[in-house]
Ligand binder design. Structure first.
Ligand code: AMP
Length: 282
């Protein structure tokens, strides 16, 4: 397994692999890897000749007062996990390598898809994400790039960017990996104390209950919304950021419960903001 910190060296190496006719699978991450990330790596390993995993805590996708400084970082442990899965290369550039002095170029997806949910709560977040992902696509030239359904809005925005800007690659969506008690795996779960961790279980429970009610015939969007809210509010530490019920295809508001429906939420427990979601087909 090779480790690259340098953009040009990574780019040259990927170009060389492509010249040899190999397919490249890219897994963009911010590191502090868990089984959710590793499910993406395993899928890339199955599908592609070469697996590149990027580890970069991208400062421009963090807002003021967010956790950029404290975001957990553990490159050595991550490297061992990735070596275990036969990753070919890690790309772990420094901030100045990605954004040298005088850096001025940004990629932004506009419209309803970025305006709501995390886009509304974290202004500039998705612009930071689409910019870094564009750079990673140019540097690594993947045939396929793997993203988790855990970040449902991010995934749809990246798909739209790839479509609208004609990036020549396929975006592969991987399901949410959860802890055995249902909490969606996240690098940020490490911030939770025992009480917050316990109360956070309500997120998956509320989503599952709502999905069951929809499957059982409930079609009133407001009622489902209220049910999720009520359930989450049974937990005293939960501070709801948003609960959204929208189209799973493009996040537009639903006129009626029909097709692929995304139940998505962001809730803070103490200082930790967690997101979770569930897709229901009606
Ligand atoms: P992050 O390191 O949080 O930026 O995540 C990197 C990639 O891993 C993103 O595509 C995430 O959606 C994905 N990911 C994070 N957590 C999970 C999870 N629990 N299940 C599946 N994919 C995940």
């Amino acid at each position: 397994m090779q480790l690259f910190n340098n953009v040009n060296a990574m780019h040259e190496w990927c170009r060389e692999q492509k010249k040899q006719g190999k397919t490249i699978g890219l897994v963009p991450t911010m590191g502090y890897l868990h089984d959710g990330h590793m499910s993406l790596v395993k899928a890339a390993r199955q599908d592609c000749d070469i697996v590149v995993v990027s580890i970069f805590v991208n400062p421009i996708q963090f807002g003021q007062g967010e956790d950029y400084e404290t975001y957990p970082r553990e490159l050595e442990k991550d490297s061992a996990l990735l070596a275990n899965e036969k990753t070919d290369a890690i790309f772990a550039p420094g901030v100045k390598e990605m954004y040298p002095a005088g850096y001025d170029a940004y990629v932004e997806v506009q419209g309803a898809i970025t305006g709501k949910m995390c886009g509304a709560s974290r202004p500039g977040h998705f612009k930071g994400v689409t910019t870094v992902v564009s750079k990673l696509f140019h540097i690594c030239q993947p045939d396929r790039a793997y993203f988790g359904q855990k970040d449902a809005q991010q995934l749809l925005i990246i798909k739209k960017m790839v479509r609208d800007l004609n990036f020549p690659l396929e975006i592969v969506r991987m399901p949410i990996v959860r802890e055995s008690d249902g909490l969606a795996m996240s690098s940020r779960n490490v911030y939770l104390n025992a009480e917050e961790r316990q109360q956070a279980l309500v997120l998956n429970q509320a989503l599952k209950t709502a999905a069951n009610n929809i499957r059982g015939g409930e079609r009133d969007i407001k009622k489902i919304h209220q049910q999720i809210k009520d359930m989450i509010e049974t937990q005293p530490l939960a501070q709801i950021d948003y609960i959204e019920i929208s189209s799973g295809e493009n996040l537009t508001d639903l006129e009626e419960m029909r097709g692929e429906i995304l139940l998505a939420l962001a809730v803070k427990f103490g200082k930790t903001r967690l997101i979770d979601n569930l897709l229901v087909e009606v």
